[in-house]
Design a protein around this ligand. Structure first.
Ligand SMILES: [Zn+2]
Length: 215
């Protein structure tokens, strides 16, 4: 598989999704066969990034290929891969509705089926930490737990998955859930979240039975 090409195309897909603007956000992939990490370069427009701009590192952060400065959030990407062996793709975006809760420092509960199925019982928000710092890396890992998304306080979102498609799905579902939660809170009425039991049932169903190739 050409991981550099996949990452270049994913950068364009991220900007087109509207989940981040300009050069903000960043992405990475892990090749599970070699444990090499492919990172987007720092501060480049996603439309301008080519395969030779991708930085390749080992799991300890030693550069293996590429001349560019990698994303400033490289410590966060590496720490997640070092601790989450189920994760092969990380998408960091700055989405509007998720950031409403990022500035409130509030978690987003599973209030719709898609969130319960894809993200887990709750998406947690970190404490504030500076971009690019070791602290933000540790906060992101802590808030992610064994889930697929977290919110970086006053900053953005981190979504992960076994592959790029899952990370993108998590990113879209998180933003959709945040938008609905925002509207629901604005009514001032009581909000009913999905029970842990129903959430677990749906996650098991999605993981083991949903789709054309499963019974
Ligand atoms: Zn960011």
């Amino acid at each position: 598989m050409n991981y550099k090409k996949m990452l270049v195309e994913a950068g364009k897909r991220m900007v087109e999704s509207g989940l981040t603007v300009e050069t903000w956000g960043n992405l990475s992939l892990r090749d599970p066969d070699t444990d090499l990490i492919y990172l987007t370069p720092s501060g480049m427009q996603y439309d301008d990034i080519e395969e030779e701009d991708i930085v390749v590192m080992d799991l300890n952060g030693n550069r293996v290929e590429g001349e560019r400065k990698p994303t400033v959030e490289t410590p966060m990407h590496l720490l997640i891969y070092q601790n989450r062996f189920d994760v092969n793709a990380i998408l960091h975006t700055h989405p509007i509705h998720s950031l409403v809760f990022g500035v409130l420092h509030r978690n987003i509960p599973a209030i719709i089926d898609e969130a319960a199925q894809t993200l887990g019982d709750e998406v947690c928000c970190t404490e504030y930490a500076l971009p690019g710092s070791e602290e933000i890396a540790e906060e992101a890992l802590r808030a992610l737990k064994d889930h697929y998304a977290c919110i970086l306080a006053n900053h953005g979102a981190v979504c992960v998955g076994k592959d790029l498609d899952y990370a993108f799905k998590a990113a879209k579902v998180l933003e959709m859930t945040a938008e609905i939660y925002h509207y629901a809170l604005a009514t001032g009425e009581k909000i009913t979240r999905i029970s842990e039991e129903d959430g677990e049932y749906m996650r098991d169903f999605m993981m083991n039975h949903y789709g054309q190739n499963k019974e």
